[in-house]
Design a protein around this ligand. Sequence first.
Ligand code: FAD
Ligand code: NAI
Length: 464
Amino acid sequence: MYDLVVIGSGPGGYIASIRAAQLDMKVACVERYPTFGGTCLNVGCIPSKALLESSERFAEARDHFADHGIEIDEVSLNLEKMLARKNQVVSSLVQGIDFLFNKNGVDGYHGWGTIIDENTVEVTDDDGETQTLETKRILIATGSKPFELPGVEFDKENIVDSTAALEFEEVPEHLVVIGAGVIGLELGSVWGRLGAEVTVLEYLPEILGGRMDTQLAKTAQRLFKRQGIEFVLQAEVTGAEVEDGKVITTYKHDGEEKTIESDKLLVGIGRRPFTDNLGLENIGLDTNDRGFIEVNEHYETSVDGVYAIGDVIPGPMLAHLAEHEGVVCVERMNDIAGHVNYDAIPDVVYTHPEIASVGKTEAELKEEGVEYKTGKFPFKANGRARALNDTDGFCKILADADTDRILGAHIIGPRAGDLIAELAVACEFHSSAEDIARSSHAHPTLAEIVKEAALDVDDRKLNL
Ligand code: FAD
Ligand code: NAI
């Protein structure tokens, strides 16, 4: 009898399994794919970041090495090698999970997990062989799958989701992307840097769909346009067809029906929670009207002994959030106090420049009627950014007008994803802007921009 069976081995499930085993629980983790690691390690965060890194280096060598006095006659692309490197990064990390499961005594099972009742999970492998796991508790960490747009069916060749867009064997001449969200911008950047013409069709009037502070979204759109990415905002896609190897996408824009032809069409319009064939009906557990499993702050579902975390529950779909929820969930099972502070979860888009955010946006604070002060500092006045030749963007800190407590922080610029960590810790510790302003930041580093923005909350920035 297991103490806990975890269904799904993404960042939510595998981390929860390890933490539970550390707490002396007897744990099994069930994964339907042949490798552990879920969306994030196999077809999400890791392969996309490997390609973002490689394509950024390629574009830097092609377009900007000469600025440093490094002259190369011709930079050429070996796409096969770039994709093989990406696959190597993925396989080394997924093998790492086998190692971690062994080290911590987690029993890993490969096969489809079906909940039979509150204390039984059946695992069916690809050959149809089944095993029955008896358990005291079940944790559902089955993640998400891409949404398909009616009239735009995936064919895995020309009309694709993010997984297939990590595997194009040739750089498309023209890539059309539906959705100016994180996937559209990250993968649009990859193929744009490698030479594709990229057009993004977005339903809303703004890129990044309100996920980021409007000032960041507007700045990002201007910078991406400069990189050659075209945006058609307020475009409603109504269908797509493949004719002679080309995709013809139809959309409504400015009151007219228009078409656009491309070699590939990437659909990045969001992801849906994945609970297919999980057996929720066997325990009388319903999903909400959007397909998510509702939980309380201890990640308990409405069924005793059954828990859920990660992309399958409502909230942002982020790997580090799924991990965090997994840890808190199993710690609560062991009566260890803890909670997830959703106001201190960083959100990063790994384009160039990177876009990073934590806490409230200005729009949210205005809507909530909270009085706040703003501090802002541009990368162009930061010595290290100048040395890097990477000066686009800024850091903005929003602090409570009375208490000076940091309520939100937003950065667009080089390594924004790393810089936001300091501000996420500040939010978690309820720090004031003054706390950051009085802390020493090494010189010359990009991190000095955070200190300067904090100083600017009190109108006393030093280097501008
Ligand atoms: P998942 O990682 O989706 O894992 C769920 C696992 O459960 C899967 O392996 C699935 O096969 C398995 N499963 C489902 N049903 C069953 C069943 N019945 N039996 C057995 N196994 C089952 N987030 C970030 O924070 N940073 C990023 O840079 C980032 N980049 C991304 C890039 C892309 C292209 C994509 C698609 C996503 C990205 N994300 C990123 C989002 C991130 O991948 C998810 O938020 C995260 O993986 C969610 O973790 P999870 O554990 O909830 O689910
Ligand atoms: P998303 O929710 O980020 O963006 C979808 C975009 O598509 C929105 O701007 C939306 O307005 C638009 N859209 C929706 N329907 C449309 C239509 N019919 N026509 C035109 N536009 C339409 O979703 P995305 O990019 O697919 O990512 C899925 C999830 O994966 C996100 O929740 C994200 O958190 C996660 N992810 C995270 C990453 C990161 O943290 N760096 C990277 C990639 C994905």
